[in-house]
Design a protein around this ligand. Structure first.
Ligand SMILES: [Zn+2]
Length: 150
């Protein structure tokens, strides 16, 4: 088991950039494939990190609320509206999910985070946190503004 090193950068790195860690190791910042979610300011050398390791993100992206964090895993609550065609109404649905927390993203209970699907990482863990909403909302609003101008 390699010791995980986390380095904080003064500025947010761009996807594709190479960053040197204090131990001399080079880490390439990847792009997870969602245009408005930018990499975090911190860089880590965890192989199971969507930004700096080789964990691929696929499937749907969910917005969830973190309930509890214990080490590398967190429990999160996903709430959504489901349409019932018979009664022509929406019903609220909620689901508790186990998600993987990369060492370069700091989360605390109550945070709203974006999660993406990955390969199974544990008995019940199939999703990974790709960013905190605070970190990426600004970028998303910029993208939406650009779309409106067109
Ligand atoms: Zn990382």
């Amino acid at each position: 088991m390699v010791e995980v090193i986390v380095k904080e950068l003064p500025e947010r790195p761009r996807p594709g950039e190479k960053v040197q860690l204090p131990n001399g190791e080079f880490v390439r910042v990847r792009h997870v494939g969602i245009p408005w979610i930018l990499p975090p300011k911190k860089v880590c050398n965890d192989p199971e990190c969507p930004w700096h390791g080789h964990l691929s993100v696929r499937g749907q992206v969910f917005t969830v609320t973190v309930e509890k964090v214990y080490g590398r895993t967190a429990t999160a609550i996903h709430e959504w509206l489901h349409y019932d065609p018979k009664y022509k109404r929406y019903e609220r649905r909620r689901k508790k999910m186990h998600v993987r927390v990369p060492p370069c993203i700091d989360v605390k209970p109550g945070d709203i985070v974006y999660i993406g699907e990955t390969r199974p990482l544990g008995k019940t863990v199939r999703h990974v946190i790709i960013g905190r909403m605070e970190d990426v909302t600004e970028v998303k609003s910029q993208v939406l503004r650009l779309e409106q101008q067109q």
